[in-house]
Each structure stands twice: as C-alpha cells, then as structure tokens.
Write a protein that binds this ligand. Structure first.
Ligand code: ARG
Length: 735
C-alpha cells in the first residue's frame, strides 16, 4: 500500500513539466504532439501552419532579434515588430541631445528615412533536426574526461555539414541536460534598420517602478525592417539593399481579446532552470541572489546620480542602466516569490518522492545525496564567485575594457609579422574605443569601482580574500575600507592610462607592451583575468562543482525522461525557438482581489505625472486622449493598452508575437508578473502570466500619434467582420 502510494505521489510530482495547456515551452518541430490540446483550447490552424520545412509556416514570420529578443514579420516588406526595450540600445545609441529619438520618438515616413543599425541582426530558423543518435554514436566508449571535447567536435561537424557551403548558420544544442541534441539551421540578416519607435515615456512608461508588474500601461514596442540584396538574399549593409520579401508575415488583429481566448506565444526564450534542485534554490535565495542585488545596486545608484545631471549623460548611460535595473528587480522578485511560494519545500517533496521511487536502483538511488555533497563543497564559495564575476569585480567598465585592451595588444605582439592580423585587431579596438568614449562616465565608474571593492572586502569571507586585495588594504589604508578603496581609486585614476577615454586613445595610437606592463590599472585588472583568478582563488572548487552538477543533472533528467516516456515533457529554454499556448486569463494576486485581463488608456493617464522620470506622457498622447480620438483601435469608449495571458515565457521572449486562434497578431509579449517571478525555476499555474502590449495600442501610437500611415498601410489588418450591426431579425432570434 505504502509503496504504491509513494509511486503515485512520485508520478504526480515528477510530471511537473508536463501536460498543462499553459505551462511549457514546446519545440515547434514536435508541436504536432500538442495539437489536440491546442485545438481544444481554441487554435484553428493546422500543425503545418505552425511549423513546416516544406511550405511557409508561422515559424517563418518569427525572428531571433539581435540574439537577445524576438521579433515578428508583419508585412510583405520585411517590417518587424519587437519590444521598445529590445530596440532600446539601437535607439539610445543613435540619439543625441539635438536629435533625441529616445525621448521624442521617431517614425520613418519613407524607406530612405530608416536608420541603419550597425551590428544589429535577425535570424530566421530554416529547420531543426534531432541529431541525438549522431552525437551519442560519436561519444560511445569515450572516457568521461574527454566527452565534452568530443561532443563539441561532433557538434561542429554536424553543423558544418548542415551548412554545406551555404551562408546559413548552424548549431547543435543540447536539451534535457545533454540527454538529447538538436541541430538548428538559420538564415542571418545583418542589414536591419530602425523604422519607428514611440517616445520612451510611452515605450518605457512606468519605468522600473512598474517593471515586472501587472497592471501595466507600457507601450513596449519598436519597429524595424530587414533588408536583403537584389536577389532577396542576406547581405551586409548597402544603400542598394531592398526591403526583404519574407516567406510569411503575420496579419494584425484589431478585433480585441477577452478572458479565455486562445493565445499562443512564438519566440526565443533564453534560459529557464525548471529542474533545479532544492539545493540550488537554497543557494539562490540565501546567497547568490541577494549578492547580485546588492552589487547591482552600487552601479545603479552611481549612474543615476550622473544621469540626473545632463541629457547627454543620461543618453550615454540609459541603455546600460535599463539592463542592470531590469535584472536587479528580477532577482529581488525571484527571491521573494521562491520564498512565498515555498519552492524550496516543494522541490524537497519532489526529491523525496523521487528518491523513494528509485530505491534499489543503483543508477539513481544516490542521486540526491550526491547533489547534497556537491552543493556542500560549493556553497561556502557561492558569494565569492558572484563578487568576483561580472556583477562584482568586473562590473566596473574600465576594468573589463582594460582586460580587452591588454589581450588585443598581446595578441598582436604574438603575431608580430602578421600585418593583416594587426590591422584587423586595430579595427576592432577602434570600435571598442569609440563605444567606450560614447558610453563611459568616469565619475560614476570611479564610485562603482571603489564601492564594489569595499563590498567585496566586507562581504567575502576574509579567508578567501585574494592577495591583491590584502595588499591594496595595506598600502592605501585610510581608516575605513570605504576610504581606503576610494584612496586607491584616486591613485589609479591619476596614474593609469587605461581609464580615461582620452588617455586610452592616446595610448593606443602608439601602444607599448612596456608601458602597459608598468601601468597600475593594468596591474590591477590583470588579477581579474578569469582563468587566472579562478585558479588562484578557487583552485578547482568551482569547476569541480560545475562538472559534478552537470553530470548529476544529466542523470536526473534521464530518470525523469524514463518515468515520463510517451508523455509530453518540455525541455528548459535555451535560446531556441519555442511555442507556448494557453489563454488570455485573469488572476487573483491575493485573497479578495482579481486582476482584469486588460488595462486601458484611462488607467495610463491616471498614472501620469508631469515631468516624472517614469510616469510622464507626451503631449500628443494627452491631446488625443482629451479628444478621445481612439478611432477603430478603441473599444467600449476607451483604448486598450495591455493584456495578460497564461503563457509560459521568459527573457528572450521579449518582443514575441501573441497570436490568436486564427494565427493573427494580437499583442507583443514584453514581461512577466511579480507574483510569479520564481517562474524561471518553477512555473506556478495560479499566478504566472505573460504581460503584452495590445496590438490596437501599438497601431494607435503609430497611426494617431506618429502619423505614420505609411507603416499602417503596410500591415494586413484584420477587422471584426463578424459582428456587423445586428439587424432586427437576428435580435429577435436571440430572444
Ligand atoms: N522586464 C522586462 C523584460 O525583461 C524588461 C522591461 C524593461 N523595462 C525596464 N524598466 N527596465 O523583458
């Protein structure tokens, strides 16, 4: 009796990653298996409409945008919709106090006005393929220590074969913690231009105060276009390029959404960690998350102080600020919700059930115990690893830059007679320099540098302090750690040529290894060279942990896959294309309160605070609002702004289309909600929602505020043709 009950519990708990219509980031290639469920939920197209390699399908209208977001093709001329925060850097870095697109918005009224964005690209997925047998065959009998290298080698080989001399890109990625391998083949386009963007008072309305929260009133969209050569093929930027003719583009519905409507999101979710063990959850909540938040706070405060001083500085810093602020709040929310939803306890229960269910099976019986051992060895160093990483000692911009420079210089000296190589490196360095000049703020960075060293000194266990920290403290002591590191920062700022953009530029005009090696900035930054730092300060503790955890994850997932054979089970996100489907759905954030599915412009204007950083609104919006000029985009006398659905998304999905049962665009996904911030680790069906900007609000901004009829005319707009005005006879029939 007992045993049967345990198996039943195990089964229920271990199916966490399956079945629910709302939960799951499914692989488009295999979506046929979900089709019946989708149909039941209200999807009206065929599986081939979703994903096909033989004919145009929805997948051909979805792009990976810049490698960090998602975009969708919405016209026959390669027009792309994505989020405002996805286009943010492109917009901010092309804005100046005189031509300030970030603050004023911008809509191109002709192709000629569209703005090339060097470095920005989009990728279309050509196909995906399960290559597990090939990879497994290649590693058969290979000793454990050589497996990783062998997998990398065979993956490269498979990708090369798939590209077959074309200009396509291909990569092999593992899913289910290296239990399966998939090949992805892409077409990459490097000529992507900015077409339109609302003022950031709309595009980022609510700022960091509203970020990650519902109810929301952010017009989080921007518009780009992909260009191709005369043959409609991917090509480097050229004035002669033409708008790309896509295989497929999404029609845009202005018919509106209601609670319970089918909704699916198609895009590129970045990373989830749904199979993380309770040990991992505990380290995150107790150690690493709070460390990340504390360290990011140092940067945010220092930048903000400077950003408030001038528009020029604000434009220089706002993109980095937004990025750091976004995940600063993310980690606060994740910690809070992991605790509130008792995810640690939940995982422990699952693990106990798992262990009971595999008793006597030598392959799995010790699995959770082995996790425990691995985490016990790693845990004392968890905080240190954060403080030594990109959130900590490497967070100061000049430090990262200095390391890039010294690497560039030594790579040139290593190939002394290779002129071509030297000029290639030089060109790269010039770009880095220009970027540094455009985005560097000395005053803030100095505070950040000293602030992070101080936090490191105070928070990392003394027994783990690197020698260089101890030496700085001895040599520059000024009574307190804070004064000491600030004293040291003053010294570096005075003596190093690697910090101020101007002196760095002069140095690079006649770079000298000799000068570099005596430079105190270089001598400091050298200590942080990742491999050297790890070796000197952690030995093999971190890599041993990684290796052990990877192996255990692999076994854990193997067991779960065996348990769930024949059932639907989705893999963690890994920046590959996924579909998630469910419904437009309201929710109750807490007892006694229900959140509606949608927000509108009345709520937006109610939040308006003239001149505020986060809640200001452009006059054009206020004027149109005063006249209630909503045109065909309005509904019930107001204008919809945002809506929520129960789709399973994460970072990387930003900009993804929300698609209705007819395959039409109803909104752009841009965020998750506060009550489910634990979502990357555990999906909570009651709370998890996707926040999207309603397509009708997007079109209203373009049309009414932007006056960009040229853009509206490109779209395939689907209006409500069903509810023509009711005539008497139908009214009678209804009764
Ligand atoms: N939370 C959103 C996401 O990760 C980004 C929103 C950007 N806005 C901001 N205030 N930083 O997709």
């Amino acid at each position: 009796m007992k045993l049967i009950a345990l198996w039943a519990i195990a089964f229920v708990l271990l199916t966490g990653n399956m079945v629910k219509a709302d939960e799951g980031m499914w692989l488009p290639m295999l979506i046929g298996k979900n089709y019946e469920q989708m149909k039941k939920a209200g999807f009206k197209l065929t599986p081939e409409d979703l994903y096909s390699v033989n004919k145009a399908s929805l997948k051909d209208a979805i792009v990976s945008f810049g490698g960090f977001c998602t975009g969708e093709i919405v016209s026959k001329n390669g027009l792309i919709f994505t989020n405002h925060h996805c286009g943010y850097d492109a917009v901010a870095s092309n804005s100046t106090p005189e031509n300030n697109m970030l603050d004023s918005g911008f809509y191109a009224k002709s192709y000629a006005q569209e703005k090339p964005i060097p470095g920005l690209f989009v990728r279309f997925l050509v196909r995906m393929e399960d290559v597990t047998p090939k990879v497994m065959a290649a590693i058969k009998g290979v000793p454990e220590a050589e497996k990783a290298a062998k997998i990398a080698e065979v993956s490269k080989q498979i990708a090369a074969e798939a590209m077959g001399g074309t200009t396509q890109e291909a990569e092999v990625k593992d899913i289910y913690k290296a239990n399966q391998y998939l090949l992805f083949v892409y077409n990459r386009f490097n000529d992507v231009r900015l077409v339109g963007v609302p003022p950031q008072s709309i595009g980022k309305f609510g700022g960091d105060t509203d970020n990650w929260e519902w109810p929301r009133h952010t017009g989080d969209f921007s518009i780009f276009r992909v260009y191709a050569d005369a043959e409609n093929k991917a090509a480097a930027y050229s004035v002669n390029n033409k708008p790309y003719t896509p295989k497929k583009s999404l029609p845009v519905s202005i018919k509106g959404v209601k609670n319970g409507d089918f909704a699916m999101v198609y895009g590129y979710p970045g990373r989830t960690d749904r199979f993380l063990t309770s040990y991992g959850v505990q380290v995150a909540t107790d150690k690493t998350n709070p460390a990340i938040v504390k360290l990011r706070d140092i940067r945010l405060k220092a930048w903000k102080e400077e950003m408030d001083k001038s528009v020029d500085t604000r434009l220089k810093l706002s993109s980095q600020y937004a990025n750091i602020a976004n995940y600063w709040k993310y980690y606060i929310g994740q910690t809070e919700q992991l605790k509130r939803l008792k995810i640690y306890e939940e995982k422990q229960k699952q693990e106990m059930a798992f262990t009971n269910s595999v008793k006597g099976n030598p392959e799995y019986a010790n699995l959770l115990n082995n996790y425990k051992t691995a985490y016990a060895a790693y845990e004392p160093y968890a905080v240190h690893s954060i403080y030594a990483g990109s959130n900590g000692l490497l967070a100061s911009t000049w430090v990262r830059n200095a390391n890039n420079f010294s690497r560039a210089l030594s790579s040139i000296s290593a190939r002394k007679d290779d002129q071509a190589y030297a000029s290639q490196v030089n060109a790269t360095v010039k770009n880095i320099l220009a970027d540094y000049e455009n985005t560097y703020n000395e005053i803030a960075d100095k505070k950040i540098f000293a602030g992070i060293l101080t936090a490191f000194y105070n928070d990392v266990p003394k027994s783990q302090h690197p020698k260089f920290i101890t030496l700085i403290v001895e040599d520059y002591w000024k009574g307190t750690p804070e004064a000491t590191f600030s004293n040291y920062a003053n010294y570096l700022w005075d003596k190093s040529v690697l910090i101020k953009p101007a002196s760095l530029k002069t140095f690079w005009e006649k770079p000298s290894q000799e000068i570099l090696e005596k430079d105190p900035g270089y001598l400091f930054a050298k200590n942080l060279n990742s491999a050297d730092y790890v070796k000197a300060n952690f030995g093999s503790i971190l890599s041993d942990f990684e290796t052990a955890k990877n192996k255990l994850d692999n076994i854990y997932l193997k067991a779960l896959l065996e348990n769930n054979k024949g059932k639907l089970m989705y893999p963690d996100a890994n920046s590959t294309m996924r579909i998630t489907y469910g419904q437009v759905q309201n929710y109750s954030p807490k007892d006694g309160i229900t959140y509606d599915i949608s927000t509108n412009i009345d709520g937006m204007v109610a939040k308006y605070q003239k001149g505020d950083d986060e809640f200001d609104l452009p006059q054009s919006l206020l004027d149109a609002y005063a006249k209630r000029d909503f045109r065909e985009y309005g509904e019930n006398g107001t204008l919809p702004v945002g809506f929520i659905s129960n789709n399973d998304i994460t970072g990387g999905n930003s900009g993804s289309p929300v698609i209705n049962g007819n395959g039409e665009l109803i909104g752009l996904a841009f965020d998750g909600n506060w009550e489910a911030m634990s979502g990357d680790i555990a999906f909570d069906k009651n709370y998890k929602r996707t926040i999207s900007v309603d397509a009708r609000f997007v079109l209203w901004c373009i049309d009414v505020l932007g006056g960009a009829k040229n853009i509206i005319n490109e779209l395939d707009i689907r209006r409500d043709n069903m509810v023509a005005k009711p005539n008497k006879s139908t009214l009678k029939m209804k009764k």
